[in-house]
Ligand binder design. Sequence first.
Ligand SMILES: [Ca+2]
Length: 112
Amino acid sequence: MREYTYHPTLDDPLTTTETSVLNSAGSRVVTNDYDSDLDATPNEAPTDRLYRKIEQGWTLDAGGNQVAFTDTTEYGYDANGRLTSIAGPRASEYTEIDYDATSARARRCGAS
Ligand SMILES: [Ca+2]
């Protein structure tokens, strides 16, 4: 079963909740945070831009035990509303997107 909540004006889900594949008592929750404040509470005042994607669920650790995880990806924008950076979900993952008059160029930074 999969449940959604929706953005108040855009046709995009704010949250998607489904049963964890790994842990049937747990959930996998993807939250699209449209708030620009990036605080602990998503979607208090949703804008029309996705600022953060938070994925929470269950995974296995090195010993094969089920452990909860949270992965966060943050999106940055310039003054014209163009996507300029994608950070995460791993701490080492960071992509910058540069624009000139005719094109956009993505540059992946950091070790993967
Ligand atoms: Ca917030």
